[in-house]
Write a protein that binds this ligand. Sequence first.
Ligand code: AMP
Ligand code: MG
Length: 491
Amino acid sequence: MTPTNENTAAGWNFDNTYVRLPDAFYSKQELNPVDEPALVVMNGPLAASLGMNEEALRSEEAIEVFAGNRAPEGAEPLAQAYAGHQFGHLNMLGDGRALLLGEQITPGGERFDIQLKGSGRTPYSRGGDGRAALGPMLREYIISEAMHGLGIPTTRSLAVAATGESIYRGEELPGAVLTRVASSHIRVGTFVYAAGALSGEHLATLAEYTIERHYPEAANAENRYLALLEGVAARQASLIAKWQLVGFIHGVMNTDNMALSGETIDYGPCAFMDAYDPATVFSSIDTHGRYAYGQQPKIGVWNLSRFAETLLPLLHDDEQEAVNLAQQAIEGYMDQFHAHLLSGMRAKLGMFGEEAEDEELIGRLQTLMQTHRADYTNTFRSLTVGELEDNALFGSDDFTEWERSWQARLARQPQTEEARRALMRANNPSIIPRNHRVEEALEAASKHGDLEPMHRLLTALANPYAYAPEQEEYAVMAACGVGPYRTFCGT
Ligand code: AMP
Ligand code: MG
């Protein structure tokens, strides 16, 4: 096959806009070919939704694309420039191990970045090798697809290809490249970079680009940049509320890891909380708990504040007035976040309508879960199916008292019992990617070449609200005696 035929068969359909921004925003890049590309996993349904042909994507030529050995026709590989506050400290970053191949236009006219992660060194690599290990790339694949299954906005994973090369992270590990699909990779850090290192004109160009790509409604607003800020704040309020509701801990909410599209991005040391505790941290490098579960909403404020600062010169000619507008937008974020969280919690508890005491009722349950170290997901799962297992929480008198208040609240609503259960099932996943099951799948795949556990896990996670009997094994908690879970950046 000629490359053009292969391109047509695979369904690549690029129209690249980022590369038309001023060249200070990126570095065009040559590919960094690897020894032995081999496909590890491919996302058939995602490929189809992108207008691509799964069969053709399994061809040798297509796999060379996923390993970063060949650019498909129409691709214009580049590494994006951005800055980021890493645990609060500002650094110049950029894609140190990623390449944006281009923007795929779907049959429905949607635009998605196609990015290779682990594709080799770039001008932004800062001493790193530009590579990624198979385990962490499969981990991103599993968790991002789980988030999609949960209905949470996220970047997605199209494929993981092994490189046949070894990388070194304290030990020798198999290398791999992840093909990531995102609405865009514009980050708070992209604005931080533009505001700090480029001209005001560049900043306005980036703001216009972001409005056109993600917030077209802001183009008609009286103050378009304020509308952009409000739009970003609204999407973060909704996103972070969704994280809190399922117990997702991102782990490294640096400003370079907050996407302006409102998608969850950059799955490094993330994990789902087991026992309910707002102080839960999994990341080995988050020693002060900056990105603990209970801190995430406030970190949203912190990151949005950094974003708002970049926009100040565009918000108003008068500096004080610009600050006032920014502050109002950020206050709006907190109000919206609380509203989303409260309505989401009501739904998790099957409560229709609103009563003044709902917040207190929810808070009491949270306190009880924390006191009795109850599993967050399984507590709501039990309440949903109406079967309370034998554990410290459900056996406590405090819980019995709480349950009485809850039942009384439910009895006051006119909806049927059936409708109440349906509401709870739609809002309480019966399964999440439990840490021990993710580790088990990764170990089988990356150490023994056995992909079966990962495929089974992915199948279960695709429908987390199904409450199907065959999924039940994935709801089982890790055995006692398994120490506290730790995640690593894997860079
Ligand atoms: P992350 O922790 O993945 O969000 O990455 C933070 C920054 O470090 C980004 O600029 C990455 O591109 C860069 N980075 C991470 N791993 C590597 C690596 N192995 N080689 C070069 N740069 C890297
Ligand atoms: Mg990052």
